[in-house]
Ligand binder design. Sequence first.
Ligand SMILES: [Zn+2]
Length: 429
Amino acid sequence: MNIKKKSMKLIAVIICLLIIANGASCGSSQPGGETAAPPSVSPGSPAPSGTPQPPSPESPSPTPPSASPVSAPPETPPPPATPPTPAQKLVPYDGVVENLFFHEVIAYPELAFDGDSMQKGYDTNMVTVSEFNKMIESIYNNGYILVNMNDVWSEYTDENGVQKMKKNTLMLPEGKKPLILSFDDLSFYKYMSGDGFMSKLIVGADGEIWATGVDPNGNAVTSQDLTVVTIIDKFVKEHPDFSLNGVKGCIALTGYEGILGYRTQTDKNNDTAEFKLNRMQEIARVRPVIQKLKETGWYFASHSYGHINLETSTLEQVKADANRWLDEVGSLVGETKLFFYPFGTRLDGGDVYSTGPAFLFYYGLGFRIFASVGYESFSRIKPDIAAVVCDRMHADGTTLRQDRERYLKFYDAALVFDPMRPSEYGTSW
Ligand SMILES: [Zn+2]
């Protein structure tokens, strides 16, 4: 009886989802959207060897075990602590879905901005933890709600049996505007070590995601306040209406120095048993982290294996890189149809109005949504193939310093700008 009831319920839920997904008019892609100069992340040369030892992960600092309920049962049932919230009214949304990406946050600006050769790159591409907190708060206050990029478009078969892509009508709480958040390069690259970033994500004893690292005094730190993932986790917990169905963000990964702080990569120059064993251990350690992330609203994109420049790579290099990503990263994070261009450089030297061989190769691997970097949340459904090309806006030092106006819909650079940033690079405001 119960099973029957449950399956009826499940069917009802599925039908609801189908209705939401299909109530779509065809995608209203925006014209224009020139690609901005991509933020040049400097990931270093691909596929270096060795297995760096990130700071040893302490077990997470004690966290309150879920509070045990008070024992003595009251004589009369107490009124519910909070009045039941009325079912939220959902309304159809067919407008622009904003698309914003970050890199990992600078946990300790004094280490990132210490005048060394990396300082400029961090200033250009990253935001500090203080900036990130203010930006997220402001984005929330501006009425945005996080949606899953995979839900914005869907593939269908047209009347001629051709696979096409369409933009879905989103069903959002009244007054909310949809926002896709994504986070590139969450590998905790070796070059970032000692420069004020956390070292890896872990699953703590409490079952939650934490990050470990080292503070400026050399002390091991375990925190939920110093990486993008845990900051978003906490923010959504405190502001559930910032997320549609618990969605958090997309994590875009390369593979050449592993993922999420774990050195899961192969090394063509190191075939030793020791290297292989270490790699297997790292893979075993990262699996529960991936699992937990997926359970808590995070999803994944490819950012290429070697953070390669697609404009200067040959087709053979592009193919080899893509296959290696599938082998070493896709095998861990699961299937994805999302591909975010490193440096913002598009496949085949351009994919908005043409479809080249590299694009077709990626399409054959199952990728459908291809994102570059731009001045606005541009998107275009390709007419010839079931794919979408789009741009993500870049929340980083470049736009904080030089593009205040364009980002005012999200946050005001003048209000979030961290005074810890080097003063010599200036601002336009
Ligand atoms: Zn990148």
